[in-house]
Design a protein around this ligand. Structure first.
Ligand SMILES: C[S@@+](CC[C@H](N)C(=O)[O-])C[C@H]1O[C@@H](n2cnc3c(N)ncnc32)[C@H](O)[C@@H]1O
Length: 292
């Protein structure tokens, strides 16, 4: 099934009235949003397409081929926005967009270890060259720290019990695969609407990829380097991330006009078409023009 970009019409509407010459997308993934933004903005001269996962670039390249050299690939974390701009001698950008989280492509490739279904090495790195894996965290992090991660990043109610169960299991032998971890977590967590390992896997993925740190740094850089009248938009998938977006925009309110008092979620129609949009939230802001 083709990847359906989340909240696409709301994203397009956000940038609708902006002249986009230089646009930065931090999480280009399969290129779904990129293609639509490029189609809607023929005035784009440089589309900086960033993703830390090399597999994403391969996928997106096919979709974005018609735009040729307008699309510049950047392989790395979007939080390094300022470095990418400095290297290219670009002062400011006209628009910044991120759609964070794991892509369906990453979930589908079992051996990357993002999914609690099936069995795979405990990896979860979006950038396969970075050094920290989920296996390292699960086997080497102190119990208290593990509990904190599950509580803070997963909002897992049984965070301490999960950490305890992991520490007991790893005393016997190293935990190496997703199925081993699921077997340890399942008896301790609560069965609800979600699979019992959902929140633990979410928390590990966030920790492995420093997703919250990336978000804060990336947005701060975007606020600094977006031109007056330019726009910044971010789609997040859970309350922790959404809170960071909301607070970072609020902290920057001297420079920003916040365009979404409340975050924009999916329409009924979108929900039916694209279940991944269920928890998606879009927030957007405009860089204020300085009064003369
Ligand atoms: C949900 S997908 C994006 C889908 C994309 N909007 C589309 O329409 O195809 C998220 C992508 O962001 C990437 N990603 C997540 N965090 C990142 C970060 N901090 N820096 C760069 N890429 C990141 C992931 O590797 C993944 O490819």
């Amino acid at each position: 099934m083709a990847h359906v970009p989340v909240l696409l019409s709301a994203v397009l509407k956000t940038f609708e009235d902006v002249q986009l010459k230089v646009f930065f997308e931090g999480t280009v993934g399969a290129g779904g949003h990129a293609k639509a933004i490029l189609e809607a903005h023929p005035e784009i001269e440089r589309y900086l397409a960033c993703d830390r996962d090399p597999a994403a670039h391969e996928l997106a390249a096919a979709h974005l081929a018609p735009w040729g050299k307008k699309v510049e690939w950047i392989r790395g974390p979007y939080a390094d926005l300022k470095e990418y701009l400095d290297e290219r001698k670009i002062g400011n950008i006209d628009g910044f967009f991120i759609d964070i989280g794991v892509s369906s492509m990453q979930l589908d490739v079992r051996q990357r270890g993002f999914s609690f279904q099936g069995d795979a090495p405990l990896d979860m790195r979006m950038d396969p060259e970075s050094s920290l894996t989920a296996e390292t965290i699960v086997n080497e992090m102190p119990e208290k720290e593990l509990a904190r991660i599950f509580f803070e990043y997963g909002e897992e109610r049984r965070s301490r019990q999960v950490a305890r169960a992991i520490v007991e299991a790893r005393r016997k032998r190293r935990i190496r695969t997703t199925a081993e971890l699921v077997a340890i977590v399942k008896p301790v967590t609560i069965w609800g609407k979600l699979h019992p390992a959902t929140l633990v896997f979410q928390a590990l993925r966030i920790a492995v990829n420093d997703e919250l740190g990336q978000l804060k740094r990336g947005l701060d850089a975007a606020i600094e380097r977006t031109r007056e009248g330019g726009k910044i938009a971010a789609i997040s998938f859970h309350s922790l991330e959404d809170r960071i977006v909301k607070n970072t925009f609020r902290d920057g309110k001297d420079q920003l006009e916040i365009l979404t008092k409340k975050p924009i979620g999916p329409t009924e129609e979108e929900l039916k078409e694209n279940p991944r949009s269920r928890s998606a939230k879009l927030r957007a802001a405009e860089k204020r023009r300085k009064e003369l």
